[in-house]
Design a binder for this molecule. Structure first.
Ligand SMILES: C[S@@+](CC[C@H](N)C(=O)[O-])C[C@H]1O[C@@H](n2cnc3c(N)ncnc32)[C@H](O)[C@@H]1O
Ligand SMILES: C[S@@+](CC[C@H](N)C(=O)[O-])C[C@H]1O[C@@H](n2cnc3c(N)ncnc32)[C@H](O)[C@@H]1O
Ligand code: SF4
Length: 438
């Protein structure tokens, strides 16, 4: 059983159901530079899924005590380095973090709470694979401080689940979902994939309808991305399976999001849907270009190291391979493999590309925090190409800011092909490159 620490106990008393409503979210009293989300990567899985190229390993055995101690050490080191005082959400992802013991999750949360302020109602998500999470284990994660679950359900068709190399059946997934809802009501998300080889629109929509009868208040729809180096990629390349049809996938996405809308879900991001205000705070931080600290093998982070001042934000990635990562953590207190300083333009490009993924888009206030000189109107208002997108009703630029319409959200990548070069152009005009000899 999990040894619930002081923070987990306080969190249970608070029983906070913190909900964000996009732009309506009340501003935190702590400055942006002193707040962050924290991501923790558990790199192990039971079996390799045929489509997955995330940073995961199938170990013969795991030295969990060593892993736990390294996760705790790295969380403490990076929190101190960042100068972050308030952690607003924690996300245990992977790999398969539901294979970790609740004790490990509790230890990381206690360490975070001791190094920075972790409000008792902070969103703490754990990703769960159906076969590694009986109800007793889910309850123990709850006692450890987890208050939101994200279930990798992927499909409700056993043949598809087999094709994906999953270890669970559709009925296992539905059972986990029911148990999760009982233990974490209003705080359970499910991931459903679309665009699989040979998948047809009609049957996929029946899956979604079935899911809508069973699900809680958060759904993520992920279109399969066929990744080089995966078993699925090889089978498609050899002709053993048909290539996924992008037009059919687009139709599933369009019909799927319409169905979710009818069921009362708000599409608050390209792939994410919530009702009753159950948006994910953690992911919202990513899309708003807030700071986040990545702990564990292969975790990504983006924060301003203490002493760097201003907007000198760094993109960081931790060492991928777990044994090497542990050696580095034992030696240096962290396993950061790569640090790249983000330039001001790069950061603005991220603000644009990430912000437009959400239904709120980029508000004028939000943009101003990153770019006080050029307004959204200065950058985009006079561009003929952008005006065409506004006239087509794909984009909106008004007193609130810049955002995609419902139609625009489905074709964001193509909108960015116009918007990003326009931003680069406006940036160059603002800061002309020095003329040689001038
Ligand atoms: C990396 S997994 C980790 C969580 C957990 N191990 C699981 O499998 O559910 C997180 C989510 O990413 C999505 N995902 C992984 N590989 C993908 C791919 N190639 N294309 C689209 N979505 C993918 C899946 O929906 C999955 O639920
Ligand atoms: C695809 S998302 C699924 C989120 C889920 N749908 C939800 O609403 O909570 C989660 C996956 O993204 C990856 N991920 C998220 N944040 C990360 C970070 N900071 N560093 C590395 N990987 C990250 C992890 O592999 C994780 O399993
Ligand atoms: S999809 Fe999830 S369970 Fe499957 S290999 Fe990837 S991380 Fe592991």
């Amino acid at each position: 059983r999990a040894r619930a620490g002081a923070w987990a106990a306080a969190a249970r008393v608070a029983q906070g159901r913190r909900r964000v409503e996009g732009a309506g979210r009340s501003p935190s009293p702590v400055a942006r530079s002193q707040r962050a989300a924290l991501y923790v990567h558990w790199p192990y899985c039971e079996k390799r899924c045929s489509y997955c190229n995330f940073n995961k390993y199938i170990p013969r055995g795991v030295d969990e005590a060593a892993m736990r101690s390294c996760l705790v050490t790295e969380a403490q080191t990076l929190l101190r380095l960042s100068g972050v005082q308030r952690v607003e959400s924690v996300f245990f992802g992977g790999g398969t973090p539901s294979l970790a013991s609740p004790h490990t999750v509790a230890a990381v949360l206690e360490a975070v709470a001791q190094t920075a302020h972790l409000p008792a109602d902070s969103e703490v998500t754990l990703e769960v694979n159906p076969t590694s999470a009986p109800a007793s284990r889910l309850a123990a994660f709850g006692a450890a401080g987890v208050n939101r679950l994200s279930i990798g359900l992927q499909s409700l068709d056993d043949t598809e689940l087999q094709l994906l190399g999953r270890t669970h059946s559709a009925s296992d997934a539905l059972q986990t979902l029911a148990e999760a809802r009982r233990l974490f009501p209003g705080r359970v998300s499910v991931d459903l994939m679309l665009g699989l080889p040979a998948q047809q629109v009609g049957p996929w929509l029946w899956q979604l309808e079935e899911l809508l009868r069973r699900c809680d208040d958060h759904v993520s729809l992920y279109q399969l991305s066929l990744e080089r180096g995966t078993a699925l990629f090889t089978r498609v390349q050899r002709g053993a399976l048909p290539a996924p049809d992008p037009e059919r996938a687009a139709e599933m996405y369009q019909e799927g999001r319409a169905l979710l809308r009818e069921a009362g879900f708000r599409q608050y991001e390209v792939s994410n849907f919530a009702r009753h205000g159950a948006l994910s705070t953690h992911n919202w931080t990513y899309w708003q270009c807030g700071q986040y600290i990545g702990v564990g093998p292969g975790a990504h982070g983006r924060f301003v190291p203490q002493g760097a001042g201003g907007l000198a934000r760094e993109a960081r990635i931790q060492t991928l391979e777990p044994d090497n990562w542990m050696k580095e953590v034992k030696l240096f207190g962290h396993g950061t493999r790569k640090r790249v300083s983000l330039g001001e333009l790069e950061l603005l490009e991220e603000v644009l590309a990430m912000g437009l993924r959400t239904d709120v888009g980029i508000t004028h206030q939000h943009w101003q925090q990153f770019e006080p000189q050029l307004t959204l109107g200065d950058v985009f208002g006079a561009s003929e190409e952008v005006n065409r997108l506004l006239e087509q009703g794909l984009l909106l630029l008004d007193h609130r800011g810049l955002r995609c319409s419902w139609e625009g959200l489905a074709v964001l990548d193509s909108l960015l092909l116009t918007l990003l070069p326009r931003l680069q152009e406006a940036w160059q005009q603002k800061t002309p490159s020095p003329v040689p000899g001038g």
